[in-house]
Ligand binder design. Structure first.
Ligand SMILES: Cc1cc2nc3c(=O)[nH]c(=O)nc-3n(C[C@H](O)[C@H](O)[C@H](O)COP(=O)(O)OP(=O)(O)OC[C@H]3O[C@@H](n4cnc5c(N)ncnc54)[C@H](O)[C@@H]3O)c2cc1C
Ligand SMILES: NC(=O)c1ccc[n+]([C@@H]2O[C@H](COP(=O)([O-])OP(=O)(O)OC[C@H]3O[C@@H](n4cnc5c(N)ncnc54)[C@H](OP(=O)(O)O)[C@@H]3O)[C@@H](O)[C@H]2O)c1
Length: 469
């Protein structure tokens, strides 16, 4: 934990160096630090670096960069990960540094960053998940989609998840794109995963998987799904798998499809056509169920989930103003695995940060943290855990613009930046990785992957990552 302070001598030497620098150069180097190296961190840095007087340090909890691009995006979506090429250019800018294996709030205090940088940007994402708060949720083999995603993607926090795939039926709760990702991974043909960067242990476990059916549970109707058409189409087209929906859940919908806004119109038509076809004959099934409110989870003598009980909802109102009515009717879905995919959740990394405890976001105005003059935020911790990479990009640019508007006022005197912070981390025994270390790890991962015909074999163990330092 945080204990050591910089020595007096070190501080005096540093002040001397700073005053010499400010004497020799009129322009103050504007030092900004960013907490988190996901898309929000990198897009904020990219925008800020356009201003040539700005220097940026990115501090990241893990020894490696890229957040959910590395640990969230599905292994069978390699085209999405290409965005790391532009993040690499940002990190290689001579005015940008990456410092990995540094947890802000644990290894270094936010106040220490605020004291040593002209502005601090919190871009630390959403590292937890929402829960359902229903009885039985703690049963064995009930876990968050976040854990499952982290497991197949090799996130160091999730490599040791115990996930039992010895069951015919898995339930995924939620109708968002994460739910579709995990359903697709469970139902995907293995030869489609073999040449991806999925972890070897997950691939081997999926090889032995007995899951034949995935039931996707949504508490509202077809018009309220959050997943998008490209991802749904991909699921529907999975080879050896049929996607089913109950056409009676579409009552009244065909009549209004043509009046829906365009993206809604297209996805609703696709769902309705799929439901109407009622295809059979494949060995695997993905069943999309609507109007099911998870009510409780039942387990066997060993505490392992055996079924999910849902209450059946009714929808009334209009597309613009839908109303859910609860009924006491039940649907019992027998299953041996439940993945809860009802959204991620940001956490408070330090008590001083103004935080909305209901929405789980930092209180902010367009990226300016409320009541804190040199504190800003970007990404999911700013907006909540929705939005794709492109929307995270535009939100991060908005934050960067706010910083640029304030930076001259904030940078009225020179500050030490990483000169003090790296010394503090050294004194605290924190092994810090740099972007060059990441490039070495990246090379090693790709070399290991080549032998197996994969883009990379991820290093999943933090100690192994740190051997490079
Ligand atoms: C499973 C999943 C799949 C997705 N797939 C796609 C997709 O295919 N296409 C698409 O467009 N969008 C996709 N998204 C959305 C996309 O990933 C997000 O929009 C984006 O990652 C949000 O960026 P962020 O930087 O706010 O958060 P993150 O990407 O989570 O980055 C936050 C970073 O902060 C670090 N951090 C956390 N706490 C600390 C701390 N205390 N100190 C220092 N660092 C810290 C984390 O380790 C992490 O690296 C997906 C999301 C999920 C959950
Ligand atoms: N391929 C891609 O582009 C891709 C892949 C993965 C993720 N992403 C993006 O990442 C973001 C996060 O995705 P996500 O799927 O985690 O979130 P999401 O899109 O917000 O979906 C969450 C789902 O959980 C449901 N839900 C929430 N609370 C619930 C409860 N208590 N009981 C039952 N259901 C509940 C929601 O239903 P209600 O609507 O009824 O609240 C919704 O269907 C999204 O913007 C997504 O598009 C993109």
């Amino acid at each position: 934990m945080i204990s050591s302070k910089p020595t007096k001598l070190f501080m005096l030497a540093l002040q001397g160096a700073q005053s010499f620098r400010s004497y020799t150069s009129n322009a103050i180097r504007k030092k900004i630090c960013i907490v988190g190296s996901g898309p929000a961190g990198f897009y904020t840095a990219q925008y800020l670096l356009k201003n040539k007087s700005i220097e940026i340090d990115i501090f990241e909890r893990l020894p490696v960069p890229f957040g959910l691009i590395r640990y969230g995006v599905a292994p069978d979506h390699p085209e999405i990960k290409v965005v790391t090429n532009s993040f690499t250019k940002v990190a290689q800018n001579e005015r940008c540094n990456f410092y990995g294996n540094v947890t802000v709030g644990k290894d270094v205090k936010l106040s220490e960053l605020q004291d040593n940088y002209h502005a601090v940007v919190l871009a630390y994402g959403a590292s937890q998940d929402r829960t359902l708060q229903i009885p039985g949720e703690e049963s064995k083999n009930v876990l968050s989609a976040r854990s499952f995603v982290g497991w197949y993607n090799g996130h160091p926090d999730h490599v040791n998840e115990q996930i039992l795939l010895d069951t015919d039926t898995a339930v995924v709760i939620g109708h968002g794109n994460v739910a579709l990702d995990v359903a697709r991974i469970l139902l995907q043909r293995l030869d489609n995963l073999k040449t991806t960067d999925i972890t070897e242990y997950a691939y081997e476990a999926l090889k032995k998987s007995q899951v034949q059916k995935v039931v996707l549970i949504g508490r509202r109707g077809p018009l309220q799904v959050s997943f998008t058409i490209k991802e749904l189409r991909e699921l529907i087209k999975l080879s050896g798998c049929v996607t089913k929906m109950n056409v009676t859940d579409f009552k009244g919908i065909p009549e209004i499809i043509s009046s829906l806004p365009r993206p809604k119109k297209r996805i609703t038509q696709l769902m309705y056509d799929t439901a109407s076809k009622n295809e059979t004959g494949s060995s695997k099934t993905c069943e999309i169920k609507f109007l099911r409110r998870p009510n409780c989870i039942l387990s066997d003598d060993q505490g392992r989930v055996t079924s999910l009980i849902c209450k059946i909802n009714k929808m009334e109102g209009t597309f613009e103003n839908p109303q859910i009515l609860q009924t006491e009717e039940e649907d019992v879905i027998k299953c041996g695995l439940v993945l809860r995919s009802v959204g991620y959740k940001s956490v408070l990394i330090e008590p001083d940060i103004p935080f909305d405890k209901t929405k789980h976001i930092i209180l902010n105005d367009g990226g300016r943290v409320e009541g804190k003059e040199n504190l800003f935020c970007s990404g999911w911790v700013k907006t909540g855990p929705t939005g794709v990479i492109v929307s995270t990009m535009s939100g991060s640019y908005e934050t960067a613009e706010k910083i640029l508007a304030d930076i001259d006022k904030l940078a009225s005197k020179p500050l030490a930046g990483n000169e003090i912070i790296l010394e503090l981390l050294k004194q605290r025994g924190v092994k810090v990785t740099t972007f060059n270390h990441w490039m070495e790890m990246d090379k090693l991962e790709q070399e290991r992957g080549k032998a197996l015909g994969k883009p990379r074999v991820k290093i999943c163990d933090i100690d192994e990552m740190l051997e490079i330092v």
